[in-house]
Write a protein that binds this ligand. Structure first.
Ligand SMILES: NC(=O)c1ccc[n+]([C@@H]2O[C@H](COP(=O)([O-])OP(=O)(O)OC[C@H]3O[C@@H](n4cnc5c(N)ncnc54)[C@H](O)[C@@H]3O)[C@@H](O)[C@H]2O)c1
Length: 426
């Protein structure tokens, strides 16, 4: 009788005894067949083991990607802390969202220049040429301002930022801007202006200490109102675009967080901001480019050939309004997600309070560019634009200090530097 060992192994290593092997296989097969249920259980066990290994592996992978790329580890934390450090007594430490944007860049620079700590966050989306955002980032880095490449919807990332630095203030400027683009990509407005805002507020409400929040609403909340100038107490329930609706929703959402969690909130309704490093999607930018290239420009008109008008506001005036708001915001009263008392809730118009009609804007550009524009007048389509904006800024003047730079002034250095920058971009 062959030994059990003989049955299981060939007599000479490397050589198979065909007969015996086939016998052996048959017997093995029979045995295995007899214990199918055991085999089935083993198979299940192996599948489960493999699946849990794979999911663990992907968890580790995504975790390490998250920590090494997004959060950047110890070196990243050091950069964040250095950038947030204040260099004046009584200085504030501000997280600026949308820091690589037009307004975000100017506000970040102004804060840094006066000795405050600034950390920026921006997702560098491609709503307009991201290379302009990268160039602004470079400018900020030259002034030792660190910009995190990330989305305000990333809860872990925002929490990590607040774990790293006890920000005293948040200057929230990240948003999907632009009125007409909402008809093309409505979801991007919900993503940044609604979901992103709530995510940011969730992190802020749980932070200890809670920061005070100043954020950009918009003059567009006045929608189809006809009483001018627009005052903060006017109705804002007739938005003309999805952009306006998301900004209006932002005002209600921030009110809720102020009410429930004691966050100090200041909402700023900006009126058409212009200046160096401005947004290429705005009319003054595309007009300038087309005039210089000899191309016609489309000038919209309202019903009965009424000229459209905007309360164009120079970026430096907006920056003053933002810094004034940060300085007067007062503290949030809650901590660890619990309200401890009432906190400030404010809304201000930040405008110029002297609207310029679009044809007049073109006149100003022609004068500075020394080129005649080829104007193509067209009736305004129903795409979310409103016929005019005009800010009453009494409240902001009283509480934040006075500012107004006139677009009319032909010797104005602001227009020269604005145009110089547009030239550079063409
Ligand atoms: N410029 C104006 O005339 C004007 C007028 C009214 C209101 N506003 C508001 O002021 C703020 C700043 O406007 P701007 O002109 O500087 O616009 P901008 O587009 O130049 O800046 C916004 C920045 O936010 C970033 N961003 C967008 N979604 C983000 C997200 N989910 N996560 C992280 N970053 C994100 C963008 O990449 C961009 O760099 C915006 O809230 C805008 O709605 C601007």
């Amino acid at each position: 009788m062959p030994s059990t060992e003989d049955e299981l192994f060939p007599s000479t290593p490397g050589k198979f005894k065909i007969d015996r092997q086939s016998n052996m296989l048959n017997r093995q097969f029979n045995r295995c067949f007899a214990s199918t249920s055991t085999m089935f259980l083993w198979a299940l066990f192996l599948i489960a083991l493999t699946a849990s290994y794979l999911s663990f592996q992907s968890f580790v992978d995504s975790g390490s990607r998250y920590f090494s790329a997004s959060l950047g580890g110890i070196q990243w934390e050091k950069q964040v802390r250095n950038s947030a450090e204040t260099h004046r007594s009584g200085g504030i430490s501000v997280l600026v969202t949308g820091a690589a944007g037009f307004v975000g860049t100017h506000v970040s620079l102004a804060l840094k220049k006066r000795g405050d700590g600034v950390v920026g966050i921006d997702n560098f989306n491609n709503y307009y040429d991201p290379s302009l955002k990268k160039a602004r980032k470079q400018l900020l880095e030259n002034h030792k301002i660190f910009i995190v490449d990330g989305d305000i919807n990333d809860f872990k990332l925002l929490s990590k930022l607040f774990d790293t630095v006890a920000f005293t203030h948040v200057m929230h400027l990240a948003a999907q801007a632009g009125v007409r683009y909402a008809m093309e990509n409505p979801q991007s407005y919900v993503h940044s202006n609604i979901a992103g805002l709530v995510n940011l507020l969730e992190v802020c409400k749980s932070a200890n200490p809670q920061p005070a929040i100043v954020w950009a609403s918009s003059s567009s909340v006045y929608g189809l109102n006809t009483d001018v100038p627009f005052s903060e107490s006017d109705r804002t329930d007739q938005p003309a675009s999805l952009y306006a609706a998301t900004k209006k929703a932002g005002e209600e959402i921030t009110h809720t967080y102020n009410h429930i969690y004691g966050l100090s909130i200041t909402g700023l309704r900006f009126f058409t901001v212009y200046g160096p490093w401005g947004r290429p999607d705005m009319a003054y930018f595309s007009f300038t480019r087309n005039i210089l290239q000899g191309k016609p420009i489309t000038v919209y008109r309202g019903k009965n050939r009424v000229d459209l008008a905007r309360d164009f506001t120079y970026i430096d005036d907006i920056v003053k309004g933002c810094l004034g708001s940060l300085d007067t915001a007062g503290k949030s009263t809650g901590s660890g997600g619990k309200k401890r008392g009432p906190a400030l809730y404010r809304i201000f118009n930040l405008g110029n309070t002297s609207p310029v009609t679009v044809p007049n804007l073109v006149n100003i550009l022609e004068r500075h560019l020394k080129v005649k524009a080829k104007r193509n007048y067209v009736e305004m389509p129903g795409n979310g634009d409103v016929p005019f904006t005009h800010a009453n800024i009494t409240l902001a003047r009283k509480e934040l200090g006075c500012w107004v730079t006139q677009l009319y002034n032909s010797t104005n250095a602001s227009i020269q530097s604005l145009l110089a920058l547009i030239y550079a971009k063409i």
